[in-house]
Write a protein that binds this ligand. Structure first.
Ligand code: EPZ
Length: 431
């Protein structure tokens, strides 16, 4: 078993770089299925999820060259593509569902294992299904697989109003609509920067889309698309992670590659907490306060406060000089992390989708368990403010979304290491 061991006390200092976004690159890789030929992606993060998506595409018949050091991924898509996304891969990574739209549009059929819920919530798919049905697809579940079948002649354009600006549903329906016959109007769509990034790749592949960045996308289907080259948008969640880590430790960190315009609400909350946040032209410079002020936070779809930074807002609140409330509006089970933070001595009360936090001057070390990507990274960051040495377990989650979190933190002066332990030793106190 691997764990990350953190000895608290460091004030983070220095520069850290942000790679391309996990929550964009996975969909860009899926979008490559829409066109025969070689699509090349740059600024691709060297994370586990990219490797899982690469394996999924290989099983669909693609040749994938992922060079983690060069941060490139070249995908050669054949004329004949498979249509099945295995349970084993979908279980490992929910984002596998994003091949549903491209396969239904290009192959006329998709069999994608139903991902089910995960640590942060039930994660419905009804909006994906309703939208594909509106485009004429037959959609049903068969032995644990979501099966879609396009009508003869392929999907047809439709008016689809999303009841909730779901990121995943927007992406799947957009990738379905670009090859559908006629015009599709998607209203109430998600507006995350990762959606714009997908639109940019699809436009480069020859798609006809208008309304980029707004809550309505109009797509005029084309007969065929061509492969393209594209640089992945920087990861705003990773950038936010380092910005909050600087504020939580009272440090001074330059987050190179971060786009402040993609993090407006999150950075405003940091300023409210007493941090100085300066755009530098190549990123953002964050100077944390001696002691953060308490700040109420409520997660919302973009451009609201990102749910993926909620655990970091909670960790900030745990060491703030006063009380505040953190509200989670997107994922009903995303407060498991709060209970692990309590193990580090945080004073908080979870009440449904609110957490009341009474800030304390510091935390105290204890073994903790990561339940998902962001919870894991936030536990590592919170442990920097814990007196003593903390062991964070479940680090596989962290690797899914972060390139070498230990090296990044050591580069900022933190006393952090990764170690392999026998399962029997795992929960024993760390030497
Ligand atoms: C994406 O998930 C991200 N994942 C998530 O990041 C992120 O938290 C989320 O968007 C919101 O920003 C990837 O991009 C791989 P949604 P997604 O569809 O697409 C409900 C991380 O840590 N819903 O916008 O699954 C759903 O249950 C991850 O990087 C339906 O009810 O998010 C949820 O409550 C975690 N029916 C809400 O909408 C549907 O058909 C938001 O889900 C679709 C969604």
């Amino acid at each position: 078993m691997e764990r990350i061991v953190v000895t608290g006390g460091a004030v983070l200092e220095g520069e850290v770089e942000v790679p391309g976004a996990k929550n964009s690159v996975l969909k860009l890789m899926a979008a490559s299925l829409l066109a025969e030929g070689r699509t090349v992606l740059r600024d691709v993060p060297g994370i586990v999820d990219v490797r899982i998506m690469a394996e999924l595409l290989r099983r669909l018949g693609c040749v994938v060259e992922h060079d983690a050091a060069a941060r490139t991924c070249a995908i050669d898509v054949p004329a004949e593509v498979g249509h099945r996304a295995d349970y084993e891969l979908v279980r490992a990574m929910r984002a596998s569902i994003s091949v549903l739209g491209p396969l239904t549009a290009r192959v006329g059929r998709a069999d994608v294992a139903v991902p089910g819920g995960d640590a942060i919530g039930s994660r419905g798919l009804d909006l994906h299904v309703e939208g594909l049905r509106a485009m004429g697809a037959d959609v049903h579940v068969d032995h644990g697989y979501l099966v879609t079948e396009a009508p003869a002649g392929g999907l047809r354009g439709a008016e689809v109003a999303l009841a909730f600006p779901s990121v995943g549903a927007t992406e799947n329906l957009l990738m379905a609509a670009v090859l559908a016959r006629g015009r599709t109007v998607l209203s109430g769509v998600a507006r995350e920067p990762e959606i714009d990034d997908l639109v940019d790749l699809l436009l480069a592949m020859g798609a006809r889309i208008s309304g980029r960045g707004g809550s309505e996308l109009v797509v005029d289907g084309v007969d065929a698309l061509s492969p393209a080259e594209h640089a992945v948008v920087p990861d705003r969640v990773v950038a936010g992670t380092w910005a909050y880590a600087a504020a939580i430790t009272g440090g001074r960190v330059h987050v190179r590659g971060a786009r402040p315009e993609h993090l407006v609400m999150a950075l405003d909350k940091l300023r409210e907490a007493g941090a100085e946040v300066e755009p530098t032209g190549t990123g953002i410079l964050v100077q944390g306060p001696d002691r953060p002020r308490p700040v109420d936070v409520a997660t919302l779809p973009y451009p609201g406060f990102p749910t993926d930074l909620q655990p970091f807002a909670l960790a900030l609140a745990a060491v703030a000089d006063g009380s505040c409330v953190v509200t989670e509006n997107l994922f009903e089970a995303r407060f498991r992390f709060a209970h692990e933070l309590e193990r580090l001595g945080a004073d908080l009360v979870v009440d449904g989708h609110h957490v009341l936090v009474r800030g304390r001057p510091g935390l105290s070390a204890a073994p903790v368990e990561a339940s998902d990507i962001r919870a894991g990274a936030a536990l590592v960051v919170a442990a920097l403010r814990a007196e003593g040495t903390t062991a964070v377990h479940g680090v596989g989650h962290v690797d899914r979304g972060y390139e070498d979190v230990v090296a990044a933190l050591r580069g900022l002066g933190a006393d952090v290491r990764r170690e392999v332990v026998e399962p029997a030793e795992a929960l024993l106190p760390v030497d």
